[in-house]
Design a protein around this ligand. Sequence first.
Ligand SMILES: Cc1cc2nc3c(=O)[nH]c(=O)nc-3n(C[C@H](O)[C@H](O)[C@H](O)COP(=O)(O)OP(=O)(O)OC[C@H]3O[C@@H](n4cnc5c(N)ncnc54)[C@H](O)[C@@H]3O)c2cc1C
Length: 405
Amino acid sequence: MHQPLEHVVVVGASLAGLRAAETLRSAGFDGDVTIVGDEPHLPYDRPPLSKRVLSGDWEHDRAMLRKPEAFTELDVTWRTGVAATGLDTAAKRVTLADTTTLAYDGLIIATGATPRRIPGQEQHANSHVLRTLDHSLALRDELAVGGRRVVVVGAGFIGLEVAATARQLDNEVVVLEGAPAPLIRGLGAEMGAAVAAVHGDHGVEVRCDVSVEGFEPDAVVVAEGRRVDADVVVVGIGVVPSVDWLTDSGLELDNGVVAGPDLHAGAPGVFVAGDVANWHHRVFDEYMRVEHWTNAAEQGERAAANLLALASGGTTTPYDAVPFFWSEQYDRRIQFLGRAAGDDEVRVVAGSVADRRFAALYGSRGRLRGVLGVNMPRLVMPFRSHLEQRIGWDDALAVADELAA
Ligand SMILES: Cc1cc2nc3c(=O)[nH]c(=O)nc-3n(C[C@H](O)[C@H](O)[C@H](O)COP(=O)(O)OP(=O)(O)OC[C@H]3O[C@@H](n4cnc5c(N)ncnc54)[C@H](O)[C@@H]3O)c2cc1C
């Protein structure tokens, strides 16, 4: 690009977008920054939406990502409550739903992801999804009194966190999962079942291999027309990247916005970050889209730093961090570093599954691919550098032995 930036537009007013804007300012960029977000709120944090905000332990303002004065001091133009509807990469212009256009010389796409719904779920009188603060507050109103029959469809992380919170508020909770095991996508079948076993301890039934056939006002209908009674239904069956507004942009769209290792999206001055980015990870040598907090925060920073580097004639830096996420269910803190695939070898290296406190390594083709910890933080994080260096499986087992000793 090689020309000074004057106006950077960030689309998506959440974690990745905020971190991008903060990075621009902390690096000394003093041009215009506009942040566009279709929600009415300034950036807030999503992890508490299924945990402390949903349980009522936190008032919703505690979930804001910054104090009000920090949002002001960032010295950006906030365009909240209005969606971006189009992008012209040749003219370098973003169109908004109110028909205004924003010219940019740098653009950061951070539009995240949108929850999937099941066609017909609205036939239930009280069905929910959970992605936004408003979703969380609406669901909290339903769960807070307790004594409701809650059916969660989908035993992924969000579904199981909702199940745990709903149960802790004294509701009767059943989880329905179509796959043969809970958490299969994130952890594989064996460890997914091991992690989710804690729900049984708390009286939550997780039923797998269940196909949801439809909805009635007070029930979820499963195979053979059987009904599972429900006062409240929460559908947590994953998300799709929010790219509808980019359909005519010419950017490559495939499971999100496709980007190179440095998050550059292929058009001049355009970078992508967070849940919407499908970028080439050099260490794992695959395109990946990661739907977790640390990735969104770090990619927001990296996208902005790379935009500035290109504009000043410098070189960009790839984003190669090892993916990481955590989840909280009851008193268990689950952490996962790396990537899990269905055919990985999995070995418990510390603690025991029966005690619901353990660490396990994931490996494939003689290399370590991931580390899972349940209430075992000291066994997980030390593997970050080992995963970056693609440590061999036997060496990883030896490291685990040392850490566990
Ligand atoms: C309930 C919940 C709990 C979670 N818990 C954890 C956890 O425990 N651990 C963990 O690692 N991760 C967790 N996550 C995931 C984490 O919150 C996300 O990875 C992170 O929010 C992604 O940030 P982002 O900025 O990329 O996208 P998002 O947070 O999705 O933000 C994108 C923003 O862009 C807006 N937008 C979309 N399209 C447009 C448009 N066309 N124009 C303008 N604005 C638009 C969206 O409305 C949204 O505000 C959780 C997520 C949820 C929903």
